[in-house]
Design a protein around this ligand. Structure first.
Ligand code: SF4
Length: 415
């Protein structure tokens, strides 16, 4: 394993804010890439995905006329979603192939279920009209950090309310709804690693499980145990390629080191890795985005996720929105990394804002929803308005309420 050292950039550091959190240099390893580089392998996989999906269309719809109808609609949706771009990038981790952070890898029961829900949305073939794919489940109020943008700020480090039995029940309820990805968040979910291991071990096949973490407590031993218990991937919050900027943003002088270590241990354990960056006004420049992408590539991660700051939680009532020039820059970065031949083996970028602005929001219990640290339902982590409980009463009624309340910023998704 080669290593290089990311040293702080003192000039930029001084320009941004005074009194930086003390930071020692952190060795960043160069890890094996997970995004495929071989054009031949990618072509073969594209053909394979087409065959697999054709097989699933036949299996679910049975009739050739319905299959033709679904294929035409799928192509239409693909054009609406990607425009003229053709996604070709694939990440391979532990024998499974991933085309996006928000879809399960193939082969798996979760992938089959995900495609089933997508087909049912276009050409209904089953009574259950559920369209939900993802649930973000905040399992703890506890967290050792104090991040600038924390959306759970009000609940942070209050008395815990979800028991282990609650966590089992929540996962079972959403698995009954054929949810194909569950993301455990918090607070810091790794403070409940023992409960996580039990919940993962008891879960049924058909769902990919992810942990959204700052890297705290993500030791080598915990990474291996989580993988063994059935975890698919880990989304690690890393908000800057400069250690001291990240540490200051997170309120901890260990945050950068923890994030890099977590990415390393996760990769070594065979977990899929997403690096999530809060693209603040200060961060969002072309130079920063490219340097961040280089760091992510060095770590061999599958995905980079761009998260726009929202005026909620710790950021409440602050003017944190990006300018139009900055969102255009993020759009250009998303297109460059995902579709330019020059970046064909760089991590795959997820930028939800790109699609939200064009097509509307698919949160609010359309394709995803958020369950807070009390088990209450919300449209998404950044768009909170309690709409019933996921623990008691009818989950269908709660989800209908979430849909009725909708997203506070965008219209419901058009596709
Ligand atoms: S954003 Fe996450 S890591 Fe940061 S303080 Fe909030 S819960 Fe903790």
């Amino acid at each position: 394993m080669e290593t290089s050292t990311l040293l702080p950039l003192p000039v930029l550091s001084a320009a941004l804010r005074p009194a930086p959190v003390a930071t020692r240099p952190v060795a960043v390893p160069t890890l094996r890439p997970t995004v495929l580089a071989s054009p031949l392998k990618k072509k073969l996989l594209k053909a394979l995905f087409t065959l697999v999906e054709a097989g699933l269309l036949l299996r679910f719809l049975r009739r050739p006329d319905k299959v033709r109808q679904a294929l035409a609609l799928l192509e239409e949706r693909r054009r609406e979603y990607f425009g003229a771009f053709v996604p070709r990038k694939v990440a391979c981790v532990a024998g499974r192939y991933y085309r996006g952070y928000h879809s399960p890898g193939w082969p798996s029961a979760a992938y089959t279920s995900y495609i089933g829900t997508a087909i049912n949305r276009l050409v209904p073939f089953r009574a259950e009209q559920n369209t939900l794919n993802m649930v973000f489940l905040a399992i703890t109020k506890k967290c050792p950090l104090a991040c600038e943008h924390c959306f759970e700020w009000e609940a942070l480090n209050q008395k815990e309310s979800l028991t282990l039995a609650d966590l089992h029940a929540l996962v079972a309820r959403f698995q009954d709804k054929q949810v194909t990805q569950i993301f455990f968040s918090g607070g810091e979910p790794m403070v409940r690693v023992h409960d996580l291991l039990q919940v993962l071990s008891a879960a049924r096949p058909g769902t990919d499980f992810w942990v959204i973490t700052s890297g705290f407590n993500f030791t080598c031993a915990n990474a291996l145990k989580l993988k063994q218990a059935g975890l698919t991937g880990v989304s690690i919050s890393l908000d800057h390629y400069v250690p001291e900027f990240h540490n200051r943003f997170r309120g901890s002088d260990k945050a950068f080191e923890n994030a890099i270590q977590a990415a390393t241990y996760a990769q070594q354990a065979g977990l899929v890795v997403n690096l999530a960056v809060c693209v603040t006004k200060e961060f969002t420049t072309a130079a920063n985005l490219l340097r961040y992408a280089r760091l992510a590539r060095q770590l061999g991660v599958a995905f980079i996720q761009l998260l726009e700051p929202r005026a909620v939680g710790h950021y409440a009532a602050q003017e944190v929105s990006l300018s139009a020039t900055q969102t255009a820059l993020l759009d250009a970065f998303y297109e460059l990394l995902n579709f330019s031949p020059a970046c064909h083996d760089w991590p795959i970028v997820t930028y939800y804002g790109y699609h939200q602005r064009r097509l509307g929001c698919s949160g609010a219990a359309d394709r995803f929803l958020y369950v807070d640290t009390d088990g209450d339902l919300h449209a998404c982590p950044f768009c909170q308005k309690k709409s019933g409980s996921a623990l008691c009463g009818s989950l269908d009624e709660g989800m209908n309420q979430v849909r009725a309340n909708g997203c506070q910023l965008f219209h419901p998704t058009a596709i």
